[in-house]
Design a protein around this ligand. Sequence first.
Ligand code: ZN
Length: 160
Amino acid sequence: MKITQDKVAEIEYVLTVDGKVEDQSEPGDPLVYLHGHNNIIPGLEDALEGHEAGDKLSVTVTPENGYGERDDENVQVLPRADFDDDIEVGASYFAQSDDGSVNPFTVVSVSGDDVTVDFNPPLAGQTLNFEVTVVEVRDATAEELEHGHAHGEDMDDEDE
Ligand code: ZN
């Protein structure tokens, strides 16, 4: 079975940027995703189209097909009072906006009452190199299609 729209694929992957490993699936615990629903970055999803279990591929993803270009307007200064007592430079936090969406950001620096934060994804502007092995491809269940994402075998899906 090939990876096409509405299939569920299990992949093992190693993501490197400039030769440094940034992320990887744990051994025996592949990433499971529903193909064609923007659940993974577009450049990787496009490259996996048509592949099947056992295929190994190397994929280079440019920023525009990955996490986007860095946008300097995403670096903002927030008042110290908005934070709890301990702010850690380099740590990631979440901001909830008025519409209820949750946006992750990283603390860049703290100076007096100013906290400089960066809402850019950490890998924005980077060229991503994936080494991918396709482990399994299967049909999605009706529930998965309804939810728009894959369900793992041992996942509690009640409130997903
Ligand atoms: Zn679900």
